[in-house]
Design a protein around this ligand. Sequence first.
Ligand code: DQA
Length: 150
Amino acid sequence: MNLLVINGPNLNMLGSREPEVYGTQTYEDLLDYIEAFAQEYQVTVDVIQSNSEGEIIDAIHGSVGGYDGIVLNPGAYTHYSYAIFDALQGAEIPAIEVHLSNINNREDFRKISVIAPACVGQISGLGFHSYSAALRYFIEMAQGDRGLWI
Ligand code: DQA
């Protein structure tokens, strides 16, 4: 199984960027966390980061056929990029929107995601665990687990 994590603008600054919001772990720590997860679950997880909207859109276009799912942290593009919404909507690949912080208990503008409607779901506020929860969803779905309790 091949999964793609796309990190948007300013996520490369983790560790030094607003540590009271995003914590003190660095972007390298996030990459290590995802790699350790991928090894534990025996899946391939590629990770890219871009500060440019166009590069994120190109990555979504390029993922079709090569990946089984996308975990996307669009950063601030979450709140206004109809272009990323359109890219996901037009691509034959499922995506989950993730956020490190809880976008629902911060500024009002962060409570709106224009991208989430093009996604399977949204996970917010769990720090690095937002990523592993999303990755696990794809893995469990591929194994035929539909999350049914009965
Ligand atoms: C973020 C939340 C966004 O509102 C913000 O612009 C970011 C990071 C998060 O992971 O919590 O850049 O996506």
